[in-house]
Design a protein. Structure first.
Length: 451
């Protein structure tokens, strides 16, 4: 009964739209629909009303603000698109004979950075790359990249991801490289005070330049197009510009880029690497050249893809030569223990595969990886997670032996390592090597949490 009543009210508003219902009354009804999370009805009715008489049906800033927040929290693409095209980047900006503008000159109110971030995720999940880029420009215009680094990072990651989801590998690759250089962890240490001072100075100088461009209408339009728009007001306006030509580049994002940050990009890269492996027998040099021509952080993505597709020798070769490709980059910024954990896990899967017969080659790859990891950590000890991953893999091998594991365990204990919990299967395999539970207890314990 209640549903029928609601449908009748909705139909009455639709039928009466051309007659010019009081906008305040219509807005009250729309807000009631919004409170019940009926966003499809809200979007449909707003479209009908605006199409009927957009000059008459003017909605308050509060309505648009609530619609935007609701669409972001519910992940409603239709409502998010409506808000985007009405208050963020109105479609009317793209009409007329002048150059296309990416900026809304009639800003009703500013969206919070967190709302912009949520909307970008909604658009990316629905393949709306135009809106994602529009939100990036909106954010860049009104907010500081440095002051809202978390949101800026999300928006850039979203850009890489939607390009990858669309299969645009070249564009996604360029966006990836542009994102990677923004992380401080990929470069040497710099004093944070110098960073803040330099960014503030660059921002102030570009602000003065922007004011001069506006005052003198200094345009960015190329010479051959200037005659067409010689009467237009179109100064060159750049926001959030922190760089100078031939000067030191300052990264603003903390840490390093992680493989987990870009799952769709990794998936697309994996597909491209499979195609490369199918076409060529020797690919290590090609992979190293590919990494070198992009960014040092590309190495961890390549290694992850190679491990995922079972090309473990190539992954080991890449991880071995990667630091020498970037001598000025700290070695731990190029490769980390997580990269070795991926190799150990991939080898464990190979050992457990029934069709795997070349155990000697796999055992050699495992010990080579272990030695490379030891070289990475040098005088310190492996992390517990990494050593556990190694042991899980080692005891999956039918070639595990007492002498070798005793030597490894002594090295672990001498560096202050505490006993590692292994799954029941790996623990039983350790006992089957000839080790007693008394021998094992100093560095291995059985823990059912780990499989």
């Amino acid at each position: 009964m209640e549903k029928t009543k609601s449908s009748l009210i909705f139909q009455h508003v639709v039928d009466s739209a051309p007659l010019g219902i009081l906008p305040e009354l219509v807005e009250t009804y729309l807000l009631s629909l919004m409170r019940s999370d009926n966003m499809n009805a809200v979007v449909s009715l707003v479209h009908i009303l605006l199409h009927s008489n957009f000059k008459h049906y003017r909605f308050s800033n509060q309505f648009w603000s609530l619609l935007t927040s609701k669409s972001a929290s519910l992940g409603h693409h239709g409502a998010a698109s409506l808000a985007y095209h009405e208050i963020i980047n109105p479609f009317v900006n793209f009409s007329g004979d002048g150059p296309i503008s990416e900026e809304n000159e009639h800003i009703l109110f500013l969206l919070l950075p967190t709302t912009i971030e949520s909307l970008a995720i909604v658009f990316a999940q629905n393949g709306n790359h135009v809106a994602v880029e529009g939100l990036r420009q909106y954010f860049k215009r009104f907010y500081s990249n440095f002051g809202h680094r978390d949101v800026y990072q999300t928006l850039y990651i979203t850009k890489v991801e939607f390009l990858a989801a669309a299969g645009l590998f070249s564009e996604a690759l360029n966006a990836f490289t542009a994102l990677a250089i923004k992380y401080k962890g990929h470069i040497g240490y710099r004093d944070p005070k110098d960073l803040v001072y330099s960014l503030k100075y660059a921002s102030h100088m570009h602000y003065k330049k922007r004011k001069m461009n506006i005052a003198q209408n200094i345009s960015h339009i190329v010479q051959e197009d200037s005659d067409k728009f010689n009467n237009s007001f179109c100064p060159d306006i750049k926001f959030n510009d922190y760089t100078f030509e031939r000067s030191l580049y300052w990264a603003i994002l903390d840490g390093v880029l992680s493989v987990q940050d870009l799952p769709k990009f990794k998936s697309l890269l994996s597909k491209k690497l499979k195609e490369l492996m199918a076409r060529h027998d020797s690919v290590v040099d090609r992979l190293l050249a590919f990494i070198f021509n992009n960014h040092s952080s590309m190495g961890k993505f390549v290694i992850a893809c190679l491990c995922e597709t079972g090309h473990i020798p190539e992954a080991i070769a890449v991880i071995n030569k990667l630091p020498s490709l970037f001598p000025r980059v700290k070695e731990t910024a190029c490769i980390t223990e997580i990269d070795f954990q991926r190799i150990f896990k991939a080898l464990e899967i190979q050992f457990q595969a029934q069709e795997s017969h070349d155990c000697k080659a796999l055992q050699s790859q495992l010990m080579t990886s272990y030695e490379l990891c030891q070289r990475l950590v040098r005088n310190s000890s492996m992390s517990r997670a990494c050593f556990r991953s190694f042991l899980q893999c080692y005891f999956s091998s039918p070639l595990a032996n007492i002498d070798e594991i005793n030597q490894i365990s002594e090295s672990w204990k001498s560096r202050g390592g505490k006993p590692i919990g292994l799954g029941s299967s790996a623990y039983k395999n350790a006992l089957s090597c000839g080790l007693s539970s008394l021998d094992l207890r100093n560095y291995i314990t059985e823990n059912p949490i780990f499989k």
